[in-house]
Design a protein around this ligand. Structure first.
Ligand SMILES: [Zn+2]
Length: 567
């Protein structure tokens, strides 16, 4: 990778040469302490002071090479007591955790030898950087006490927001991975400014560039094992600063900068993560807070969770931040503002998602969310833009009633049951048929001549044309078994050169006027010369039977008079 190098401003990219064979080195502890004091002294990324501390903290006392540890109830500590935190992957290996049976014993002594390698390394790192207290979830929350767990999980936002530094075991897939790694120092040292001799082009002529092997930030932080784990998204977003232990380097990340051993001041191609709470403030300043939530959901829905039930709990701290900043009403992973438009979120595929879809079920085994929420799927999703700023869209439906019952005191946590009632136009019936034998892996709306690949990801399918499609149907978990009985609800229409209708694909629950979401669609109202005859939303047959609707009422200003319930 190359980046331009301004020799008059060498402080931008000084190159370090004291790179040790291990990432656990005195040079690195010095560097980490420098990064921390630079951030504390000259950045605007301070931790939150005051307020409630986590219930328990681990106190560490270093005597020579040995470290003594014990649990402390934080009410016995001063209110402004500094502490650090740890982000890590749990994995399947068993190691000492805080449980009811050892609660008292761990208040006396936490034996270092019983901890996982990752915890031992984190404790050593915390001492080396100069901390006396650390918070580690597995040792500070009573793991076999559901009440303790629910209460502490709900305060996760404050735990990480108050943390002076979050250590991240970024390269470790579980507790056996540790924080420190051996590396080849030569690869890291091999970054030199060089003079380019060229005849123009994107880098100009006679400039000086920095050249390094690759962007290790992307490979070792963004695509690391740690950032495949759902819980870590909010830990990283809320902690004011994180020290990442990568495979070949340590990395610094705070609201203002990203650094590494190779580029100790600032990584030239570093971009702030789009899900940080600092970005939320920026999005609010731009008057589009929803764009931040959209990023959060897009990132989060790619990650995996050990417990499917945690789907909302593991980002509840971010939801609570958003709620506090905007005052909006939280509705099972969505927000009341723009809800009508955002009900048409779409499940997405890409290369990383493809891996997930192979290893993961499409829906959780147990109920986690209503079908109209993205939380009912275990796959990447994309929310819509709530704003109508650029696209002239008109809503074709309105949500008239919302009911979400939470499973616990945490209103951003687990959902026990939920429904919404929608006022809309009459539903359309979509008879989707399997394609003819010569068009395998395809389906079509009956009475049209346009075939679609059965899975949208299948770009190799010969009939696929990403751009010029008269319609697309996107099924959340692939086409349902009964393709004959799909209902379509128009949610919004876009007045453009061609009118476009977007909406939901629904399946009847057999109760009067009650449906489950099975996907979403986008369809043209009419087409120009190259139209497919009959392929428009209003030409589809309407669902005329009385049982298709919960009730029929006086039309509202949008002409909607049919009421249905989605569960
Ligand atoms: Zn900073």
């Amino acid at each position: 990778m190359t980046t331009s190098y301004d020799a008059n401003r060498p402080e931008l990219c000084p190159i370090r040469h004291n790179i040790d064979i291990s990432t656990c080195s005195d040079a690195n502890w010095n560097l980490a302490r420098q990064w921390l004091s630079r951030c504390k002294d000259s950045h605007d990324c301070a931790e939150v002071k005051g307020g409630r501390h986590p219930t328990r903290l681990i106190q560490m006392n270093q005597h020579g090479e040995s470290i003594k540890m014990r649990l402390r109830a934080s009410e016995s500590l001063v209110a402004e007591q500094e502490y650090c935190t740890l982000s890590h992957c749990w994995g399947k290996h068993q190691f000492t955790m805080l449980e009811r049976h050892n609660l008292l014993a761990l208040h006396q002594d936490i034996p270092m030898r019983n901890l996982s390698k990752t915890f031992r390394h984190a404790v050593l790192a915390a001492c080396k950087v100069g901390f006396e207290y650390i918070w580690i979830d597995a040792l500070c929350i009573v793991q076999d006490d559901e009440e303790d767990w629910q209460r502490e999980a709900a305060t996760m936002a404050t735990v990480y927001a108050h943390s002076s530094l979050n250590f991240a075991a970024t390269a470790a897939t579980d507790g056996t991975g540790g924080c420190f790694h051996l590396r080849n120092p030569d690869v890291i040292r091999r970054v030199k400014p060089f003079k380019a001799k060229g005849t123009g082009g994107m880098y100009g002529t006679d400039s000086t560039y920095l050249c390094s092997v690759a962007s290790s930030w992307d490979a070792e932080v963004e695509r690391s094992p740690l950032f495949r784990r759902g819980w870590v998204l909010q830990e990283r977003a809320i902690a004011p600063r994180t020290l990442h232990f990568g495979k070949s380097q340590i990395y610094w990340e705070c609201g203002e900068t990203g650094s590494c051993e190779q580029f100790a001041n600032v990584i030239p191609w570093w971009d702030a993560t789009t899900t940080s709470t600092k970005e939320l403030r920026a999005a609010i300043d731009r008057n589009e807070p929803w764009s931040w939530w959209k990023n959060v959901v897009a990132e989060y829905s790619r990650m995996s969770l050990t417990r499917e039930d945690d789907i909302f709990v593991a980002i509840s701290a971010l939801a609570s931040r958003y709620q506090a900043a905007t005052g909006d009403q939280y509705i099972a992973g969505l927000w009341r503002t723009g809800l009508e438009r955002n009900l048409t979120w779409k499940s997405t595929f890409d290369d990383t998602a493809k891996d997930l879809s192979v290893t993961k079920a499409l829906r959780p085994v147990r109920y986690t969310a209503p079908t109209w929420s993205w939380g009912s799927l275990c796959r990447p999703v994309k929310l819509r833009n709530v704003s109508n700023k650029w696209k002239q869209t008109e809503l074709l439906s309105s949500v008239v009633d919302v009911k979400v019952a939470a499973s616990s005191q945490n209103m951003f946590g687990q959902v026990a049951s939920a429904f919404i009632r929608i006022r809309c136009h009459r539903l359309r019936r979509a008879a989707v048929s399997d394609a003819t034998p010569d068009r395998k892996n395809a389906f079509m709306l009956r009475h049209t001549s346009y075939y679609m690949p059965r899975y949208e990801s299948d770009k190799r399918w010969p009939g696929y044309s990403g751009y010029k499609k008269p319609y697309w149907l996107s099924f959340d978990t692939g086409p349902p078994e009964n393709l004959e009985n799909i209902y379509m609800m128009g949610a919004e229409t876009r007045k453009w050169s061609v009118d476009i209708v977007r909406g939901l694909l629904l399946e009847s629950t057999r109760a009067c006027g009650e449906y489950r979401r099975v996907g979403c669609f986008r369809m043209g109202e009419y087409f120009g010369d190259d139209s497919e005859s009959g392929t428009c939303f209003s030409s589809l047959p309407v669902a005329g039977e009385a049982s298709a609707y919960e009730e029929v009422v006086e039309p509202d200003e949008r002409g909607c008079s049919y009421v249905i319930t989605l569960i």
